[in-house]
Design a protein around this ligand. Structure first.
Ligand SMILES: Nc1nc2c(ncn2[C@@H]2O[C@H](COP(=O)(O)OP(=O)(O)O)[C@@H](O)[C@H]2O)c(=O)[nH]1
Ligand SMILES: [Mg+2]
Length: 291
């Protein structure tokens, strides 16, 4: 089998619309929290954020750090800090609300103090940005905790545009996920499919599983050998998927390989972290991410 998947169409019209909506909201925003996936700190970052968040304070969170290789995450943290950004690795399902709120308060202290000088107790407004499925809503729900109402009681702050009040003086805006429009970057596109940022229905799961397996073979061969019970790590394409089907016993009647099952299980197991904590990109081999 040749590796000639049809290019992933990952910048449909609604992404352009999303960008427009974000550009409209940004004027009211004091701080942007950019969430990216710690397994893909290059491909899951959206270069458009530099335009959208231009001139705004920003904190970059490497989310799902529980699924990523902690050593590589530390490298990424240093790399992003060198680019002049405040950045942390988190697991948004477990992160302590207090810690993140403190970071937001520190980052916006000068804005709040300046307003106080004029006698105004300012409400800090934070926009949470990131590709689909990166954990934006999970983080916001975690920060909101139990019993804190959504801010549906003020004009312009409704449930429908997802403003959430965290403290009396802190509001967060959950945004629809936005993919980045670099149609030329098919590697990034594929990797975003691995982590579920692109809908599975629009991608060829078989091709996706094969290219994921090939990437895993080169980045963590031991994990592939032990999880899929294969012994030849040089295999590529269909031969690789055949070996995985054989190794895990994914067979149909008549000893045909069950490719559908194999593709979906390979992708699911990677997403669930069952192959271990894996990061697919490191700062040395990723292109420059700072602007
Ligand atoms: N393992 C892990 N899963 C997470 C984390 N954050 C979010 N998730 C899961 O990722 C999926 C997408 O999260 P969601 O908040 O809906 O993403 P959104 O599309 O950016 O709003 C959900 O199944 C979450 O439970 C994390 O830090 N670690
Ligand atoms: Mg969401």
């Amino acid at each position: 089998m040749e590796n000639t998947a049809t290019p992933i169409n990952w910048f449909p019209g609604h992404m352009a619309k999303t960008k427009r909506i974000l550009m409209e909201q940004i004027r009211r925003i004091d701080l942007v929290i950019e969430l990216c996936d710690a397994r893909l700190p290059y491909s899951s970052r959206n270069p458009e954020i530099n335009t959208i968040a231009h001139g705004k304070k920003r904190i970059i969170l490497l989310n799902k750090a529980d699924l990523a290789d902690p050593k590589v995450t530390s490298q990424w943290i240093r790399f992003i800090q060198q680019g002049g950004f405040e950045t942390y690795a988190i697991d948004s399902k477990k992160v302590k609300s207090k810690d993140i709120i403190e970071k937001i308060q520190n980052a916006t202290k000068d804005i709040v103090d300046k307003a106080l000088e004029k006698g105004i107790r300012k409400t800090v407004r934070v926009m949470v940005l990131g590709v689909p499925n990166v954990g934006k809503s999970t983080l916001i729900n975690q920060l909101r905790g139990k019993g804190i109402a959504q801010t549906g009681d003020r004009p312009g702050v409704t449930r429908s545009n997802q403003w959430v009040r965290i403290t009396p003086y802190l509001e967060l805006l959950d945004t629809p996920g936005m993919l980045w429009p670099r149609l030329d970057d098919q590697i990034a596109a594929k990797r975003l499919c691995y982590i579920g940022s692109v809908k599975d229905e629009v991608t060829d799961q078989y091709m996706l599983a094969v290219s994921l397996l090939e990437e895993l073979e080169s980045c963590c061969p031991e994990a592939v050998i032990s999880r899929f019970h294969i012994d030849n790590i040089e295999l590529k394409g269909q031969e690789l998927l055949d070996a995985v089907c054989k190794g895990r016993g994914w067979l149909l009647k008549g000893n045909q390989y069950d490719y559908d099952r194999a593709a979906s299980v390979v992708i699911d197991e990677f997403r669930a972290g069952k192959l271990g904590r894996i990061t697919l990109e490191n700062p040395q081999n990723a292109k420059e991410i700072q602007e």
